[in-house]
Design a protein. Structure first.
Length: 145
């Protein structure tokens, strides 16, 4: 399954990347993220690992993420596991006249019976992600974060 989200934020690209590119900021604007912690030392780049504690469908669970590609102020790619589901998230940052276009691509991989669970979870998360991106836009454009 593949999902794509896009939103325009009226803030400079460097500001949007500084906030969104640091996954430890995710609890500030993502409703399902309770905590986010960088697990590896050094600057963020390919190989950096993170752990999010997430609240999904009423349950709290750990989500392990690894940054597999990182191009500052351009894009990053994460691989993650949620139970037996694997997913890849690519976040792109595009400079536009009004500020920044943020594009998020998510691919969820599951086999067999898990495909049905993945579909239900993905549909639930899709609406949350759309709301989170709108929240990010409002918070950044108001200067709250």
């Amino acid at each position: 399954m593949r999902f794509e989200f896009s939103i325009e934020i009226h803030r400079p690209l460097r500001d949007v990347f500084a906030l969104v590119g640091n996954l430890e900021n995710d609890p500030k604007w993502q409703s399902a993220v309770v905590t986010a912690k960088k697990l590896t030392a050094g600057p963020v780049g390919a190989g950096t690992r993170f752990r999010h504690v997430m609240r999904v469908m009423g349950r709290q669970t750990d989500l392990d993420l690894e940054m597999v590609d990182h191009e500052p102020e351009r894009r990053y790619v994460l691989n993650g596991t949620y139970g037996l589901l694997l997913f890849t998230t690519e976040v792109r940052f595009e400079r536009i006249a009004q500020g920044t276009r943020l594009v998020t691509l998510i691919e969820v991989h599951a086999k067999g019976v898990l495909r049905f669970a993945a579909m239900a979870l993905s549909n639930h998360r899709k609406s949350e992600i759309e709301a989170d991106l709108h929240r990010l836009k409002l918070l950044m454009e108001s200067g709250a974060i």
